[in-house]
Design a protein around this ligand. Structure first.
Ligand SMILES: Nc1ncnc2c1ncn2[C@@H]1O[C@H](COP(=O)(O)OP(=O)(O)OP(=O)(O)O)[C@@H](O)[C@H]1O
Length: 555
């Protein structure tokens, strides 16, 4: 059973101890049954029952303790397993490469992680009870075998047949449950559209109605499959429940007429069968949860394999892990976005560029020309499909890519403003206050408890805070992707003519994507992207004609 293997693998709790105690409890339960049956027979003969009573009490304590221990420990084991996989996957998410996140989609990743974990948490109590009663049923069957080998054989045949039927039914259900899981992910994506596109939807009744219709259709599909799955589960459930009542007349009315059983044994057999009815109910009720939990585990396992494939396996590096940046050279650097069948969706490069320490570099170009792609390639967020990067004379390769990435701090167009300023040790409040003032944000936001007091701000203001967090990292190279696009004209002028110059004076290298041609004169160099390549750019500000050095790369 996939779920049990999963728990055994993921949890540090002693799996064997849990099984041992569940077995003790099952054994004690079988004993209770035997004691009650035998004591009942003795009562009829008027014999002394003290011994039976003491035995009953011992078996009862063992049964109770075994149940309690195995249940309590199983809960710990399963929660431990869920915790482990959650932490491990979180750890892997932060190590995968950006193209993986871009291709899988953050919504899908989020929904798979949360939904699967939720299913597994819900499944815990039912599955734990089911395993316990499963063991208990095994002992009840063994006891049945002790009373009547014929009844035992017939029961085993019936149980085997039921298991085979269950497995074949559950295979069909499993496929449908997989479809439900992917439909649920689709529903999640649509709800995300509804929430993230709320403004647009609220302003247009037609759009509002259309998206509702789309969600209704998708939900109707899911509902129909769920109903079908439910029907099949009810069938299995019904069969499981009547199984014991179907077996009883066979063992009590039919078999004795062919095979001699004495009256006392028939009484014991019927008592045992009745005793098994409750546990069978618990087991049958838990079966749908087994299927759901197994599917959740399969999906998490698959997700983990996908992540493993997206985590670079870096060879051990013997060289120093930090770069001393004075100059970065890109030699024939290329990158291609692969499509679903590995076709090239968009290719950028080859880039033949050099970035010098302390430079203020602007990158310009039309929409979709590849500016952001170039930045991701330059910062090491994408691995080049061809070409090399060198820092000074040190070549960047998979083994020291992370060290290379550490050279950069960024504010991309889709920047994220964290609730705290993470990753900076001993951050001085005075430094944060200095930059809050520089960004004209000192009256709006304070620095407190490792973060800004508010992030509920305008887009332009949030971007200023993101820039403060980036500057405070004190990395040698600052990457800005259309930073000024959301700034008012006054701050925009201040940004280009004062802030950027101050950052440059501090020794920072700044590479900024911009469309603000009014300020191109501020840059030391301007590179122009066109259809994924660096094209020649002629500066005409202040009468300066300067064909940038990237223009000799054959474009
Ligand atoms: N994750 C991706 N997968 C596939 N193609 C992509 C991906 N990201 C970008 N592209 C494609 O790469 C091309 C360049 O995109 P890029 O974002 O680099 O352009 P850009 O110059 O920054 O544009 P803009 O000025 O509009 O921000 C586009 O045609 C785009 O469709």
């Amino acid at each position: 059973m996939r779920l049990l293997t999963f728990i055994a693998k993921e949890s540090r709790e002693s799996y064997h101890r849990i099984i041992l105690m569940a077995t003790v409890s099952g054994l004690a339960n079988g004993l209770l049954l035997a004691i009650v049956n035998h004591a009942a027979a003795k009562v009829a003969k008027g014999e002394d029952l003290t011994q039976f009573f003491l035995l009953y009490m011992i078996a009862f304590v063992l049964f109770l303790y075994g149940q309690w221990f195995s249940f309590a420990q199983a809960v710990v084991a399963i929660e431990d397993a869920i915790y482990n996989i959650r932490i491990r996957l979180t750890n892997k998410i932060r190590r995968v490469e950006l193209p993986f996140i871009e291709s899988i989609g953050s919504h899908s990743l989020y929904s798979r992680l949360t939904q699967n974990n939720a299913i597994m948490s819900q499944a815990i109590p039912q599955i734990t009870s089911a395993v316990q009663v499963g063991i208990l049923l095994v002992f009840s069957l063994l006891y049945l075998g002790y009373i009547s080998p014929v009844s035992f054989v017939i029961s085993i045949l019936a149980v085997t047949g039921s298991i085979a039927l269950f497995l074949s039914e559950s295979r069909a259900i499993k496929d449908e449950l997989q479809v439900v899981a992917s439909k649920e992910a689709g529903y999640f994506a649509l709800i995300t559209h509804l929430i993230e596109g709320f403004k647009e939807i609220r302003l247009s009744q037609a759009k509002n109605d259309a998206i509702l219709q789309h969600i209704t259709n998708a939900s109707q599909d899911t509902k129909n499959i769920r109903i079908e799955v439910g029907r099949q589960e009810v069938k299995m459930w019904g069969f499981g429940r009547i199984f014991i009542y179907a077996l009883m007349p066979v063992l009590i009315f039919i078999i004795p007429s062919f095979h001699y059983e004495n009256a006392a044994d028939i009484f014991k057999i019927s008592a045992t069968l009745l005793f098994m009815a409750g546990p069978i109910n618990i087991l049958v009720n838990a079966l749908p949860m087994f299927n759901r939990a197994n599917i959740a585990i399969n999906d998490l396992t698959f997700l983990e394999e996908e992540m493993d494939a997206a985590i670079p396996h870096e060879p051990a590096d013997t060289r120093p892990v930090s770069f001393n940046f004075h100059k970065i050279t890109l030699e024939g650097l290329c990158f291609t976005y692969p499509g679903k069948s590995n076709e090239a969706l968009f290719s950028a490069g080859p880039f033949q560029e050099t970035v010098h320490e302390g430079e203020l570099l602007f990158i310009i170009g039309g929409n979709g020309s590849g500016k952001s792609t170039f930045l991701k390639l330059l910062t090491g967020l994408y691995y080049p499909t061809q070409g090399t990067i060198q820092v000074g004379t040190d070549r960047v390769d998979p083994a020291n890519y992370q060290a290379y990435r550490e050279l950069f701090t960024t504010v991309f167009t889709d920047f994220h403003l964290f609730d705290k300023i993470y990753g900076i040790k001993n951050l001085a409040k005075a430094d944060v206050d200095y930059w809050l003032e520089k960004m004209h944000m000192q009256h709006k936001v304070k620095y407190q408890d490792g973060g800004f007091t508010s992030t509920s701000l305008s887009t332009g203001q949030r971007k200023r805070l993101a820039l403060i967090a980036a500057i405070l990292e004190e990395k040698p190279i600052l990457i800005l992707d259309e930073f000024a696009a959301d700034q008012d004209p006054g701050f925009r002028k201040y940004f280009y003519e004062t802030l950027l110059i101050e950052l440059k004076t501090m020794g920072m290298t700044v590479i900024a994507v911009t469309h603000d041609d009014h300020y191109f004169h501020v840059a030391d160099r301007v590179l122009k992207m066109d259809e994924g390549r660096m094209a020649a750019y002629e500066r005409d500000d202040a009468g300066l004609k300067n064909k940038h050095e990237g223009s000799d790369n054959g474009n």
